[in-house]
Design a protein around this ligand. Sequence first.
Ligand code: FES
Length: 366
Amino acid sequence: MPLLPAALVNRLLPQLRPLRRGALASLVREDIFDFYGRLLHPQLQLHRVFARVLSCREEGDSSLVLTLAPSANWRGMQPGQHVALTVDIDGIRHTRRYSPSVLPGGQVEITVKRQEGGLVSGWLHEQAKPGDYLELGQAEGDFVLPATPPAKLLLLAAGSGITPLLAMLRALRAQAYQGDVVMLYYGRRRANLAHLTDLASFPGLRLHICLTGEAPGDGESSGRFSAAQLDELVPDAAERRAYACGAHGFVASVRAVWQARALPALADEAFTPPVWQAADDLPITLTFARSVGQLPGRTGSTLLEQAEALGLRPAFGCRMGICNTCSCHKRTGAVRDLRTGLVSTEPDEAIRLCISAPVGDVILDL
Ligand code: FES
């Protein structure tokens, strides 16, 4: 039982600005403040955000919906962004990323799909309960709607890809959006699909369910995303601003159709890393200009993997190109974006180490 009431702690947190400045200037030991703060209340932390679990409910046959109340250190988020959620399992911290929805009142809803053999998803399904405190990172990511939502939208979701798109829909509903939205929602079986009741309640949303692992029912479709299916279900796709989210293979197949058809810009985000088979694994020279200097490298693995293999410890988060934590300044050289296959030769650009593989010699500010 915390010694301080949550309401008092959350009134106190915004007043800690001088201490935060002191921590930045190394005048205050943040770890010591956080240690003693935690004894008074789990949310009394200088920067870190702990969220209280308000409720846990099952959704579909494999998802758990957590409603969380973050502390006043939480800076909020735009729908479509993602956050890191960290849990302590047997004394070891484990972090996974989720795309929450913000509910009226500032609470955060996170949908956790149980992954086969998934340590964190399994732990949350079995152990999380109201009254627990879970650590949240601040929101990140640029998979968001523009400030003025387009009049016609197309949302393409596969599996857990529904969560950022649901967050966008909820935000649009809160703004009394009057536009025209079509959603194609893919899953293996109907029972796997989450939030169907909520989706059915969106005014004006045309929802098409597409099942890849069982026979479709009335008004549903079967099979994976394809150009033919797009033509059949969304003949006016070219007039719509499109957002796609799902596993890497799904997002890649959507992107391929958009590129082949030269359709207007697609915003997409994959929640699994690209599966990459290097066409070659040639020797090159990597220069880590601010640390170890020139070292031999290869074209067959990512810059993050190679930096780690050489003993460097660049910051990273998702390792799949969405959180930007591994962003690094490339001075010169060509790198391939493993999500798109595109090669960039621009000097002085920011690249993400986790999804960039060198194509030739590269100089990095690392
Ligand atoms: S670690 Fe998240 S973008 Fe590279």
